[in-house]
Design a protein around this ligand. Structure first.
Ligand code: XLS
Ligand code: CA
Ligand code: CA
Length: 448
């Protein structure tokens, strides 16, 4: 791809299309492993991985933190005469970035794309204007929308939650925003629509009716689903689990919790999980644990690829770099049969002191390389079959005879106990061979 920028101004001058140059390349702005057209089994790397960039971290986050002011110079804001013009320039910069980096998808919140107006109606109008522009840029560049969502956590009106707000008026305002964000997602041919429960949780049980709040959340999701389907939306709805931050406790705690909730309210046909690595970590789980759980439950959908810092327990949203974690993540994705509507969205941001425009590219390049290497390792695992065979063998006593009768509900506890008192005395001592399997994993990572 030639140097490409949209609009009148180039926001990342001096940076061209990022190309694959191979593992030995010394060019920091080249891929070392991610070779989009390379076949991995029946599919190209790019079709396995379906990379997306996040509008909010890449084009809205300005490096501010609770201790200090913005550090990231955003030329698309400084060169604009009004918030709407800034939003248009930001979109030019975003599509320039997507195309130079070579991601096929992006994801956005309503407020990332268009500024809040002076009334709900004005905010919706602002969004419509920017959605029209995005439609044109998608057509021009071929970049597609992975998912859309509504920001129901930044504005002070949502300080007590959105769908779970104790005041009805706030719930109604949230509905107005979600309806407009669904319309925007449909207009942009989005493949999914995400609900991250930003402040859907509580800060104190002393002022909270949990039962009522969770019922309100379910009611709200049912209404959103029904509206979107009525409008012809065929894509997936995602819930993105997160256990805490910004609230003390969020109702969408982790995959198991959300799965129970979706099933209880009959939402499990339409909703899938959008699993974020950093949120898994905050819930005390490995990233792969959350992915595998969703695959087992038939609720796997999409991934927010990033990492936390294992020592500080915050949602630091750093770029993912671990080949080890990426390989285990891609193993789960392959087991799910690959992505359908979902993809790997980099919900990750450069650090506060990363003030060179190249930093945004290099963060994404590292993450894309890690997942490309992870994909290849996971593919080797699946082809070689050592783990799958070991697991199959480990449970083989349930494949026939008494074990199969137990699995199929053909035994009472008395009958099972009688078998236990009989000939099974030496069972239960087969090695789990964890060390052997972990060593094998390292071999796969080394390309063996
Ligand atoms: C925040 C979430 C958020 C969602 C989209 O922690 O990760 O960015 O992905 O609302
Ligand atoms: Ca996320
Ligand atoms: Ca996060």
């Amino acid at each position: 791809m030639a140097d490409y920028f949209v609009g009148n101004k180039e926001y990342f001058p001096g940076i061209g299309a990022v190309a694959y140059e191979g593992p030995k390349s010394g060019n920091p702005l080249a891929f070392k492993y991610y070779d989009p057209e390379k076949m991995v089994g029946p599919k190209k790397m790019k079709d396995h991985l379906r990379f997306a960039a996040a509008y909010w971290h890449s084009f809205c986050a300005d490096g501010a933190d609770p201790f200090g002011a913005a550090t990231h110079p955003h030329p698309w804001i400084t060169d604009a005469k009004s918030p709407m013009e800034a939003a248009e320039h930001k979109m030019d910069a975003a599509f320039e970035f997507f195309t130079k980096l070579g991601v096929e998808f992006y994801a956005f919140h309503d407020r990332d794309m268009a500024p809040e107006g002076n009334s709900p109606g004005e905010s919706e109008k602002n969004l419509r204007v920017l959605v029209d522009k995005a439609k044109g840029l998608q057509k021009e560049t071929g970049v597609k929308l992975l998912w859309g969502t509504a920001n129901l956590f930044t504005h002070p009106r949502f300080m007590n939650g959105a769908a779970t707000n104790p005041e009805f008026g706030a719930v109604a305002l949230a509905a107005h925003q979600v309806k407009a964000a669904i319309d925007a997602t449909i207009a942009l041919d989005g493949q999914g629509y995400t609900f991250w429960g930003g402040r859907e949780g509580y800060m104190s049980l002393l002022n909270t009716d949990m039962r009522r709040e969770k019922e309100h959340l379910a009611r709200f999701l049912i209404m959103a689903r029904d509206y979107a389907r009525k409008q012809g939306f065929k894509g997936a709805f995602y819930i993105e689990p997160k256990p805490m931050e910004p609230t003390k406790h969020q109702y969408d705690y982790d995959v198991e919790t959300v799965a129970g909730f979706l099933r209880f309210y009959g939402l499990d046909k339409d909703f899938r999980m959008n699993i974020e690595a950093n949120h898994a970590e905050l819930a005390g789980h490995d990233f792969a644990h959350e992915l595998e759980t969703a695959v087992d439950l038939g609720l796997f959908g999409s991934v927010d690829a990033n990492r936390g810092d294992p020592r500080n327990g915050w949602d630091t949203d750093q770029f993912p770099l671990s080949y080890y974690e990426a390989a285990l993540a891609m193993r789960a994705v392959l087991r799910a049969g690959g992505f359908t509507t979902g993809g790997l969205n980099f919900d990750a941001k450069i650090r506060r002191n990363s003030v060179d425009p190249k930093d945004l590219f290099e963060g994404h390049i590292g993450g894309m390389d890690a997942f490309a290497a992870g994909l290849e390792a996971a593919w080797r695992m699946a082809q070689d079959g050592a783990f799958d065979n070991f697991i199959r063998q480990r449970y083989a006593s349930f494949d026939s005879g008494d074990g199969a009768a137990f699995e199929n509900g053909g035994l009472t506890l008395e009958a099972l106990a009688a078998l236990g008192a009989g000939s099974y005395g030496s069972a239960g001592f087969a090695s789990g061979r964890q060390e052997h399997l972990e060593n094998r994993l390292n071999q796969y990572l080394l390309g063996l």
